[in-house]
Design a protein around this ligand. Structure first.
Ligand code: CA
Length: 222
């Protein structure tokens, strides 16, 4: 899952980026409204965390511009404490959720995870797809026979991407974008290595190869 964090407070950015990366998100960052608007239109983010008080262009305007261009990326706005009118304006502009500063990082992470599940029409505390259950807290996957495997950070991010898009062809490029952030030296050949490791754990039949196109997560019923 790939996030864009738009925040001009360097210290807060550092803390949030570390916590989100720890939870297995690839995090890009913008510290002003102009860059944020551009990046939000160019890159396929799963969620954008948008501070409203930004240099160069206010967050509210950035959000309105995205929505005007039919960019429906899920957005959580960060608002000043007690500024109820900011939250109302934010929702009117197309925000999906909000958080008042100051907040606990854990709450932001929980809201991001919930928003991603909602945007993919999934509910509940863990992600379920096919007959697998992904525990986002522990970064473990549970098989239907009750067997549980710990996943490395990259395996976890890759499997989450597959489980959120069952039955869809995902190209290596697209998977790479969701597994690594912008600073990482992206090597799409590594995806092959990680797909192989997931197959070893989950069974070969769950992830099919489409030659020249990418991979498909096969959804099993029951
Ligand atoms: Ca700010």
């Amino acid at each position: 899952m790939r996030l864009l964090l738009v925040e001009d407070d360097a210290e807060l950015t550092r803390r949030l980026s570390a916590a989100l990366a720890h939870q297995g998100f690839a995090v890009d960052h913008a510290d002003n409204g102009v860059d944020a608007e551009f990046m939000g239109d160019m890159e396929p983010y799963d969620v954008i965390i948008l501070d409203l008080g930004l240099p160069q262009r206010p967050g509210l305007e950035v959000l309105k511009n995205w929505r005007q261009r039919e960019n429906r990326v899920p957005v959580i706005i960060l608002t000043a404490r007690d500024a109820w009118h900011e939250r109302v304006d934010g929702f009117k502009a197309g925000a999906d959720d909000y958080l008042c500063k100051p907040f606990h990082v854990e709450e932001l992470v929980a809201r991001v995870q919930a928003l991603i599940r909602r945007s993919h029409n999934k509910t509940g505390e863990s992600l379920q797809s096919s007959d697998l259950t992904l525990d986002e807290e522990r970064q473990q996957v549970k098989l239907p026979d009750g067997k549980t495997f710990d996943l490395t950070g990259t395996e976890f991010r890759l499997l989450r991407c597959f489980m959120l898009h069952p039955g869809q062809i995902l190209s290596k490029t697209r998977l790479t974008e969701h597994v690594y952030d912008q600073d990482f030296d992206r090597d799409s050949n590594l995806i092959e290595v990680y797909v192989r490791r997931l197959r070893d754990k989950l069974g070969k039949e769950r992830i099919a190869t489409r030659r020249g196109q990418g991979y498909i997560f096969i959804e099993k019923s029951g």
